[in-house]
Every structure is written in structure tokens, then in C-alpha cells.
Write a protein that binds this ligand. Sequence first.
Ligand code: PXP
Length: 241
Amino acid sequence: MSLPRLGVNIDHVATIRNARGENYPSPLKAALLAQKFGADSITIHLREDRRHIRDKDLIEIKKKLKIPLNLEMAPTKAMLKISLKYKPKYVCIVPEKRKEITTEGGLNLRKNSSLIRKIIRELKKKNIRTSLFIEPDIEDIKIAKKIQADCIEIHTGKICNLYNKKQKTKDEFKKIQKSVNFANNIGLEVHAGHGITFSSAALLSKIKGIKEFNIGHFLIGESIFIGIRNCIKKFKKILKK
Ligand code: PXP
């Protein structure tokens, strides 16, 4: 079986830049360094409020990056227009609430499936791979398949949180493994992301069938201490197990 890919999310390089309104640190520089040190793709989330990544970052990174760019976006017509214009290789559709600190949960596919289905259809016309960020839930996986998503990304926030608080992860682990198996059996590629640290990555690496991990906040934070090169190498080594 092939090794899982590592997508490096660089949103929080932009968070640091924006905190002072300067033009550094540069998300483009982070994307190119991550590419050099072994990232398989670069993820950016262009939020409606542009709190970290901005349109200019998307344009620059898309222009210079050689590995795939994965654009996370809310399921809106405005974001669809942007993605059709700049054509990232991958799009991951995520729920978005203005007041949240981070993406708190997966998409509510029971409510939004017709709009998301239309977005997927438009993206497919441009050969853009579409992934849906969802909870480990069989019904949502069935809907993802029905509306023709190429992949799902399982929200790992809950299991990572439990792990960090040294609480039991067994039930959530089982739920994720069951969801991964189900999705793979119906032909969906499975990714995972949110809240992943070195130690929770080691736990998640035991789940079979995940093809891609998208990791941001911890990786960028830890890079302050050990450098982005070492951080990427360490994550790749852990996920290989
Ligand atoms: N995957 C998706 C779909 C996300 O929305 C995020 C957070 O924006 C991540 C992965 C990365 O999460 P974290 O920054 O906690 O590593």
C-alpha cells in the first residue's frame, strides 16, 4: 500500500503576518520551502473574512507552486467563482462560520447537498479534484458519494482533542476506521485533518486506508522551534508507520 501524502496547511504563516500588518512572514515562502522539504501538496483556506490567507496569496502561490495546491473554501457562489478562475488542482469544501476560531466541524451535507453538488459539477468541468470535509459519519459519506465528490476529508478534531486531554480515544478511533473502510469500499478516497500533532499523528497513522493528511496549526507552530524542514520530515516519518 502507498504511503499517505502530507498536505501542509500554511494559513497560520499568514495569521502571523497579518497580526502586524507587515508583508512578512511570507506564505509563498512557506509554501515553497514546504515543497522543497517534502510536502506533497500545499493547503490554504481562503476564508470569507480573509483573516489569514488573502486573494493575493492564492494568486502568487498558484503561480509559483509545482506541487498541487489544495484550496479550502466555503460552499458559496463567490468562492466557486474564485476557484474556477484560479484553478487550484484540488478543492476541499469546508463549512465556515464567521465567529469560529477554526473549522469546528464537518459539513452538514443533509442540508447543503444540492448547492455542493452543483459546485462539484462545476469544479469537475475544470478537472479540479473535490473533497468534502465531513465528520466520520456513514450517512454523510453516502451523500458525499451520491453528489459525486472525489474524496472526503474526515475531521479529526474530536479524536485529537481527546488525545491531547489524555481521554479515551477508542470509540472515536473505531468510528473513524469504520468510516474510512466504508468510504474506501464505495470508491471514495479518504483524507484526514484538523488538530493533528506529532503524537496524535502517530495514533492516526494506525488507521488504515487514509491517503492524505492535511496538517497546519501545529506544524507551523512547531516550525518556530525546530524549523519547517525538520517538522515536515518528522511528520512524514510518523505517518509512514
Ligand atoms: N483540513 C481542513 C479541511 C481544515 O479546515 C483544517 C483547518 O483549517 C485542517 C485540515 C488543518 O487543521 P490544523 O490547522 O488544526 O492542523
